[in-house]
Design a protein. Structure first.
Length: 94
């Protein structure tokens, strides 16, 4: 089982109008390069709550080749992330 690592996430548009979730090992500043970028139009299901022992406010994002587990500082923050991702994807896909 993998351990949890603190990462910093940024929801952004790329130049080709793709919605990306970029994550960084440290809080991004200026020209920081992300550890990885995930194109959210590849999501195969809506973000979903994930019950994890010892990790509160956890939710998942699933693309065809991987599932990401994210945890927010609060339930409200997790809910806001999930709602924002769902809303923007709905706008893109309609």
């Amino acid at each position: 089982m993998r351990s949890w690592k603190r990462r910093f996430f940024v929801l952004e548009w790329d130049e080709g109008s793709s919605l990306l979730l970029s994550y960084y090992k440290q809080e991004p500043r200026g020209s920081s390069k992300p550890q990885r970028r995930v194109e959210l139009t590849r999501l195969v299901e809506s973000p979903a709550w994930h019950l994890s022992k010892g990790i509160p406010h956890c939710f998942t994002l699933r693309i065809p080749d991987r599932m990401f587990f994210l945890a927010a500082e609060s339930e409200e923050e997790a809910h806001a992330w999930m709602q924002t991702i769902q809303r923007v994807l709905k706008e893109i896909r309609s």
